[in-house]
Design a protein around this ligand. Structure first.
Ligand SMILES: Nc1ncnc2c1ncn2[C@@H]1O[C@H](COP(=O)(O)OP(=O)(O)OP(=O)(O)O)[C@@H](O)[C@H]1O
Ligand SMILES: [Mg+2]
Length: 225
């Protein structure tokens, strides 16, 4: 059975004249351990799809199963707990908590789940992210690239089975992009399934599979290895 199964996903925002049909009849499966890139023009529905896969928005139609659980049949609270344990999300616009330090932002997903970082875990992560000097800084005191890395660290810290990343390198220079891709690949080697949205064709080619979204539809699905 597939790890992730999307069937006929539809998403409509708004109503009447303001109605936007952001996703139309999107179906696919992802296997455990796959590294999938999602590409497509601006406004084609990529972030919408990621928000559905991450369980932070509900579809207008269709179903989604992750690790044997039908996500949108769950009540809000059960879905929140499921999401916290199974899914790490890197948003297109970071979503860091402004009043928490880097260290606190990173630990947040564990704290919300009543857990704490294992000994050495925070140090290892922070070193991989290159944020040793910034642990006590607040998001507003960081560059865009540093904020991006905190967002990635926050998504990885609970070792979620599924990591969803929306343009994780969108604001990074070449050197930081290479570092972030290395982090994602390492997480993937450790067994995490990754779905990454990107505008960068070179990065998409590093994935096992490239899905193209166009006008809300899955226009192409190419398995590369
Ligand atoms: N909350 C919302 N309310 C209304 N319309 C929305 C909402 N979120 C997205 N949309 C619309 O849905 C469509 C798809 O948007 P989405 O953010 O998924 O695109 P995208 O492929 O991620 O684009 P980009 O590459 O620019 O990030 C767009 O037409 C957008 O305006
Ligand atoms: Mg987007």
């Amino acid at each position: 059975m597939a790890f992730l199964q999307a069937e006929h996903l539809d998403k409509v925002y708004g109503s009447g004249d303001a109605q936007v049909h952001a996703l139309r009849d999107v179906s696919f499966e992802v296997h455990k351990g796959e590294f999938v890139a999602i590409v497509g023009p601006s406004g084609s529905g990529k972030s919408t799809l990621m928000h559905l896969l991450g369980g932070i928005e509900r579809p207008t139609g269709g179903r989604l199963e992750l690790a044997g659980v039908e996500m949108f049949r769950q009540k809000e609270e059960a879905l929140t707990i499921f999401r916290r344990r199974q899914i790490g999300l890197v948003y297109q616009f970071y979503n860091l908590v402004p009043l928490l330090t880097v260290r606190e932002n990173l630990a947040l997903p564990l704290l919300l789940d009543g857990r704490e970082p294992a000994p050495g875990q925070m140090e290892g992560l922070v070193e991989a992210l290159g944020l040793q000097e910034k642990l006590n800084a607040f998001p507003a005191q960081l560059s865009g690239g540093q904020q991006q890395r905190v967002a990635i660290g926050r998504a990885l810290i609970a070792r979620p089975a599924l990591l969803l990343a929306d343009e994780p390198t969108g604001n990074l220079d070449t050197e930081n992009t290479v570092q972030v891709m290395e982090l994602l690949r390492r997480a993937n080697r450790d067994g995490q399934t990754i779905v990454m949205i990107t505008h960068n064709p070179d990065l998409a080619l590093q994935a096992d599979r490239v899905m193209t979204i166009r006008d809300g539809r899955l226009a192409r699905d190419e398995v590369r290895r």
